[in-house]
Design a binder for this molecule. Structure first.
Ligand code: HEM
Length: 588
């Protein structure tokens, strides 16, 4: 079946090779097996025969898969099936052990798997799936409709966030699609259209009318909180800069989303949240509870806290408290309030299921953005020249300040070229995510290739983010992709407002389409990206304006940990101790 779509000439070569394999197998049967039937313990050459046979079989198998793979790449036919990725041992599948050992290294080095110019097929014990890389292919994928992202979401909900089976069933039965008009052949009731309903609730909250009140609350709360840190004019030592982001920044984001009650009633929520986040891979892969008990306990406490907040809000909610923006202090946002009704009207949903859903949202809305905010701030303080440039831009966006009040012009901050370049470069380097799609209704066409429907298609942001062809810049590649260098996203243009020869520095993502993809793309692109950019740039702006920070961590501790590779932004390997002191606002 694998070879059915290949060109005629290749089929000829292939069948003669297959015959050779069969002859070879016959040879083994007639030579090795009779030996087995004889007095094996006395035959000192038996293990050698077996080793040689395994080696030769693997070599031939590998040779065949390489031939098949190359033939598919060279063939000009359209509508062909992606070839099976070359591999050594037939029954072990096509992903080698290196992947499980160091996935990032594997993704960056695997020529056939993650750097193939065309889609490929991968075989694992549970079946076949497809991998697609390269800007051209990824852009073609993002243009397609009727691709479900539920494979990943459903698994995350079940394994990481403990979605009960009854509610998970609604996901597996929903074949109505993500658009307002359900697929013609779908029999799913409108109230059970979980894909469409959840997606539209994200859109209303994060890109529609819910965004302004949510972001306004966040700006107020983070500005107040960062100004009120217990830091004076003398240096104070902190054990880990990341704690500021894990606790203070996370609290501001959660309060702005959920209202104050979740954290008031559960002051350790942020601590549990980050223990859970640190162990997300272990939870996702269903690691035995006794091996990571703290991860399961933290996850269970987070679920219990969200359930308790829901219970409290249901009992105490006063409709008169709804403000003109639609939000209220009990549910925090119209988003969470309305999703209660939405989920409770679906089959199989109870209080546990709703808590799983909302914890999953809170996790998605914090993990990547908070860790990225940490990296941006670290990078700004790591390089004195960059810090000076950052402060010039940030100072130009201060609207007003007194000793205990600081207000930024947020639009101005979000437009600054160097700030944006730091943000884009941080996401390029630190976001290592997998996107998964499944064509449900028809085969998926990607240029000359056809991927059969109901098969998973996976793509990783890492190869595009690290491709030397796109990102190696500077004389003699002075800025290789592994290095943080915001200049990649800056370009000089003539200043239209000046007759002098001065040029202006502009931020640009031009030419990176399909390669820079921290937020995924297509119909499932991250709806939280505007909030994420605001959160990342504002927290960095507040820190550089209010404080001096001296980094005391070793280079090794500041390296990225690949522990949660594939889930998005990676954390540093170690703690980041720093010295902090308050500074005069507006200085450089
Ligand atoms: C640096 C920060 C962030 C990164 C790198 C990021 C990345 C992503 C990615 C890669 C996806 C999947 C997109 C796809 O499948 O094509 C996604 C989906 C999503 N993100 Fe984000 N995200 C970030 C911040 C946020 C924030 C702040 C929120 C909410 C406040 C959020 C909410 C969501 C939601 C609800 C989805 C699911 C969308 C859907 O399935 O239609 N994200 N994000």
């Amino acid at each position: 079946m694998l070879y059915s779509s290949m060109s005629y000439s290749f089929s000829q070569n292939f069948s003669s090779l297959t015959e050779n394999v069969s002859l070879f197998k016959d040879h083994l049967v007639h030579t090795v097996l009779p030996l087995e039937a004889c007095d094996v313990p006395h035959n000192e050459y038996f293990p050698l025969y077996v080793a040689a046979a395994t080696l030769v079989t693997s070599l031939i198998h590998y040779g065949l898969t390489v031939l098949s793979f190359s033939a598919s790449g060279n063939s000009q036919t359209t509508g062909k099936r992606p070839p099976l990725v070359p591999h050594w041992i037939p029954f072990l599948g096509s992903i080698p052990l290196d992947f499980w050992w160091n996935p990032r290294k594997f993704v960056l080095s695997s020529r056939y798997v993650f750097w193939s110019p065309h889609p490929i097929k991968v075989r694992l014990a549970f079946g076949d799936f497809y991998i697609l890389q390269g800007a051209k292919n990824i852009l073609a994928l993002f243009k397609q409709h009727a691709l479900s992202a539920f494979v990943l979401h459903g698994s995350l909900l079940r394994y990481v966030f403990r979605l009960p089976e009854a509610a998970a069933g609604v996901y597996s039965k929903d074949d109505s699609g993500e658009h307002p008009k359900p697929h013609a052949d779908s029999k799913v009731e409108p109230r059970n259209r979980v894909d469409f309903l959840t997606r539209s609730s994200f859109q209303r909250f994060l890109t529609g009318p819910g965004f302004a009140p949510f972001s306004k609350r966040f700006v107020r709360s983070v500005t107040h909180r960062f100004q009120s840190l217990d830091v004076g004019n003398d240096w104070t030592q902190w054990n880990n800069l990341a704690d500021l982001f894990h606790h203070d920044l996370t609290s501001c984001a959660i309060d702005a989303m959920c209202g104050p009650k979740l954290l008031e009633r559960h002051p350790n929520f942020t601590k549990d949240f980050w223990v859970m986040d640190h162990n997300v891979m272990a939870l996702f892969t269903c690691t035995a509870r006794f091996l990571v008990p703290s991860a399961y306990r933290a996850r269970d406490r987070c679920l219990a806290a969200v359930k308790d907040w829901h219970c409290w809000a249901r009992e105490n909610f006063d409709p008169a408290s709804i403000g003109s923006d639609g939000d209220d202090p009990f549910w925090g946002t119209k988003f969470f309030r309305e999703r209660q009704d939405m989920f409770y009207s679906m089959d199989g949903f109870n209080a546990d299921a709703v808590a799983s859903q909302e914890l999953a949202f809170i996790w998605g809305g914090n993990t990547n953005a908070i860790i990225s905010a940490f990296w941006c701030t670290l990078e700004a303080f790591r390089d004195p020249d960059l810090l000076r440039d950052v402060r010039v831009e940030v100072n130009s966006c201060i609207k007003s300040h007194t000793t205990d009040d600081l207000t930024f012009d947020i639009d101005c901050l979000l437009r600054q070229p160097i700030l944006q370049a730091i943000y884009a470069e941080t996401l390029r380097l630190r976001v290592n995510g997998f996107l998964v799609r499944c064509p449900l209704k028809s085969d998926l066409k990607i240029h000359d290739y056809t991927i059969p429907k109901n098969h998973f298609v996976l793509t990783s942001s890492t190869p595009g983010h690290m491709d030397p062809e796109i990102w190696s810049t500077g004389t003699n590649a002075a800025h290789p992709p592994e290095k943080f260098w915001p200049g990649r996203f800056l370009k000089q243009s003539p200043n239209p407002c000046s007759t002098a020869t001065h040029s202006i520095t502009q931020f640009s993502l031009y030419g990176t389409e399909g390669s820079w993809m921290p937020y995924g793309g297509g119909t499932h692109t991250c709806p939280g990206k505007n909030f994420a950019k605001l959160e990342i740039l504002l927290s960095m702006a507040l820190m550089v304006t209010l404080y001096d920070v001296e980094i005391l961590a070793s280079e090794a501790d500041m390296e990225m940990s690949t522990r949660n590779f594939g889930f998005g932004t990676l954390s540093p390997k170690g703690k980041i101790p720093v010295r902090v002191r308050r500074r005069r606002i507006g200085g450089l």
